[in-house]
Design a binder for this molecule. Structure first.
Ligand code: MEV
Length: 424
């Protein structure tokens, strides 16, 4: 084992079975473990092998449904793919509370993405800017040759911005502002940037370096709000505590990271179920405070009646065309379950889910604490993970919660006890 090497030339040329065998040898996998990797559910190995490189298997994550969502007067069942216990329950519960005051009201701006082209080494900043601005129409026209579809929809590249950075070479960055309609937009934005870059070099005589979309989308932003009635959430004291928790998250980066992580628990789970790029959503959300000055993506205040008003403002770039959603059957089915018609409606739903998830977490933290509810659900997943079946899961998890020791080793011990007693 000590001298095994991970340098494998042509791994990509092997078929899935050959790759698996090599992996098994390298990682000392048993035949049983290899059999598990051969299971692929509804995503065939052939299709998986086309989606990414060096495929050896597929991966399953539980998918739960969060009911109770009413957003802009329409009812939704939200599919959520996530490994963390209590997220789906918390989200559903928050949606039920919001529903009693009419549900969520969401809106999203136009789907404008930014493509960046970095220009380095120039003589006169003024001349450079002037030349670029003089050629704006040509630049946009050239960019729009990359997408007949967007052009035919009256969308595509719409304008440019020029920024100067404080990096050591004082880079100038040209932003292409591109209306991508119902696409997430990464491919079309990148293609437009790569098409325009040589033209920029030609007209400016300067070298371009990076040509890539920005995952920060301040022009593509979603907002959602909901009222959570005080009587349903533990009274006015809880309302005050939630507002105070929000104020802390808004100024303290250490709390904001956790507060906003709670928001992404919900949003990522929907993105994963529908096979959308949740990494870009994370990057987008967690960088947004640089532009707004607010660490917290949500905001809480009290209504004149003493209820809690929750609001979220979050940049969201998601598509309903392109990407893997339409290729992978289960993702397509979950999207059908979601019942969204276009990327804006999708973003509206995601913003509401993010707000619901955040409200649920901050409410628990501001009242009984997160561990009580969280740990009893965690206890169930621990019980299942040590092999408990059916009613054994309840027996093991209830006993762990009652005794206050929730761990893998305790779950194992209790399961062994139960089986001894029932002679299994
Ligand atoms: C856990 O996944 C998410 C929370 O930590 C979020 C929060 O603290 O607001 C509960």
């Amino acid at each position: 084992m000590a001298n095994r090497s991970s340098e494998i030339s042509g791994y990509y040329k092997l078929n899935v079975e050959e790759r698996l065998e090599l992996l098994g040898t390298f990682s000392n996998l048993t035949q049983e473990e290899l059999e598990v990797l051969r299971m692929h559910g509804s995503l065939s190995m052939e299709l998986a092998d086309k989606l990414i490189e060096n495929v050896v298997s597929t991966f399953e994550i539980p998918v739960g449904i969060a009911p109770n969502f009413r957003i802009n007067g329409k009812d939704y069942l939200i599919p959520m793919a996530i490994e963390e216990a209590s997220v789906v329950a918390a989200c559903s519960n928050a949606a039920r509370i919001a529903r009693s005051a009419g549900g969520f009201v969401s809106e999203s701006t136009e789907p404008i993405m930014i493509g960046q082209i970095q220009i380095v080494k120039y003589d006169s900043l003024e001349d450079l800017k002037k030349t670029i601005l003089e050629h704006e129409n040509e630049i946009l026209k050239l960019a729009n040759t990359r997408s007949k579809t967007l052009s035919s929809l009256g969308a595509g590249a719409r304008g440019i911005e020029i920024r100067t950075l404080d990096d050591p070479q004082r880079s100038v960055v040209v932003h292409l502002l591109i209306d991508v309609r119902d696409a997430m937009g990464a491919n079309v934005v990148n293609s437009m940037c790569e098409t325009v870059a040589p033209y920029l070099e030609e007209i400016t005589g300067c070298r371009t370096n990076l040509r890539i979309l920005s995952n920060l989308t301040p022009h593509r932003v979603s907002r959602s709000r909901a009222i959570f009635k005080k009587d349903l959430i533990g009274g006015e004291e809880v309302v005050d505590n939630i507002i105070s928790a929000y104020h802390m998250a808004n100024v303290d980066p250490f709390r904001a990271a956790t507060h906003n992580k709670g928001i992404m628990n919900g949003i990522d789970a929907v993105l994963l179920a529908t096979l959308n790029d949740w990494r870009s959503a994370e990057a987008n959300a967690h960088t947004y405070h640089v532009l707004t000055g607010n660490f917290s993506l949500t905001k809480y205040s009290k209504t004149p009646e003493g209820d809690l008003l929750g609001e979220i403002e979050i940049p969201i770039a998601v598509g309903t065309v392109g990407g893997s959603t339409n290729t992978v059957k289960k993702a397509a089915i979950y999207r059908k379950v979601l019942g969204i018609e276009n990327s804006r409606e999708f973003a509206n739903v995601l913003a509401a889910v993010g707000l619901a998830q955040n409200f649920a977490a901050v409410r628990a933290l501001s009242s009984e604490g997160i561990q009580k509810g969280h740990m009893s659900l965690h206890a169930r997943s621990l019980a299942a993970s040590v092999g408990a079946q059916n009613e054994e899961i309840d027996l093991v998890s209830d006993t762990m919660v009652k005794n206050g020791t929730i761990s893998m080793s305790k779950a194992k011990e209790l399961l062994e006890d139960i089986r001894k007693r029932t002679n299994k």
